[in-house]
Ligand binder design. Structure first.
Ligand code: PGA
Length: 254
């Protein structure tokens, strides 16, 4: 999947959800929902990121279809003594094309800082995966007026020198909007996406070509309004990606 197109990217992050049977039937349902509504492919590219242990069986069903496979995280190293970690090459072997790095749940639950995120993104780039680099402020940081400085610092440290318009997507996900049902206001999303786009253009000379996703309680009901905001080039979706109707419905409603 190329990143330098402005077709929206509708990316599902299944997180630690689904039994094996549920994961298989979810991708089957997503495929059949897209097949019955082929016009959605004019509006969006679809990506799903199942749990590591479901990648292989889901890959067999994704194969040859219109949904791209991705992973929720990767190691910063090629191989070796990293118990529990999975390398980019292993993900590629299973058919992944993209990988999420720096999701706030990993930043906060696993103590991953932006320096580690940059190492993971660099490894993804080196081995040929597109890295979706996540950034976003907590409620406390927003309320204390630091949302912009936090996000800009995360971008500054998390984006490795290996980043190009071809191998990077940015996802802005305000932590307080993830899984809470609270969506950032259109104005908040607009200003933050503008700020990120400006940073990419001025600092990295990558303006306009990099997709900037919004994430945080996106669902079919709010997808259209969000998609109309300038510099919103798609969505990173948790809860609503766990049902074929709502996941594909996000693209249908745009
Ligand atoms: P949500 O999660 O859609 O359930 O808010 C988004 C995410 O964590 O990427």
């Amino acid at each position: 999947m190329s990143t330098n197109t402005k077709k929206l990217l509708v990316a599902g992050n299944w997180k630690m959800n689904n039994s094996l049977d549920e994961a298989v039937s979810l991708i089957q349902n997503i495929n059949s929902t897209i097949d019955s509504n082929p016009d959605v492919l004019q509006k969006a590219d679809f990506l799903i990121c199942p749990s590591y242990v479901h990648l292989a069986p889901v890959a067999q069903i994704v194969d040859g279809g219109s949904v791209t496979l991705g992973a929720q995280d990767c190691s910063f190293d090629d191989n070796g003594a990293h118990t529990g970690d999975v390398s980019v090459q292993m993900l590629k072997d299973l058919g992944c094309e993209m990988v999420i790095v720096g999701h706030s749940e990993r930043r906060h639950n696993c103590g991953e800082g932006s320096d580690v995120v940059a190492q993971k993104a660099m490894k993804a780039h080196k081995d040929g995966l597109i890295a979706i680099i996540c950034v976003g402020e907590t409620l406390e940081q927003r309320e204390s007026g630091n949302a912009f400085s936090v996000v800009l610092e995360q971008l500054e440290v998390s984006i490795p020198k290996s980043a190009t318009v071809e191998n990077m997507v940015i996802a802005y996900e305000p932590v307080w909007a993830i899984g809470t049902g609270k969506v950032a206001s259109s104005e908040d999303v607009k200003v933050m996406h503008e700020t990120i786009a400006h940073y990419l253009k001025e600092k990295l000379d990558m303006g306009g070509a990099i997709r900037i996703l919004y994430g945080g309680s996106v669902k079919p009901e709010n997808a259209n309004d969000l998609s109309c905001i300038e510099h919103v080039d798609g969505f990173l979706i948790g809860g609503a990606s766990l049902k074929a109707d709502s996941f594909v419905g996000i693209a249908q409603n745009i």
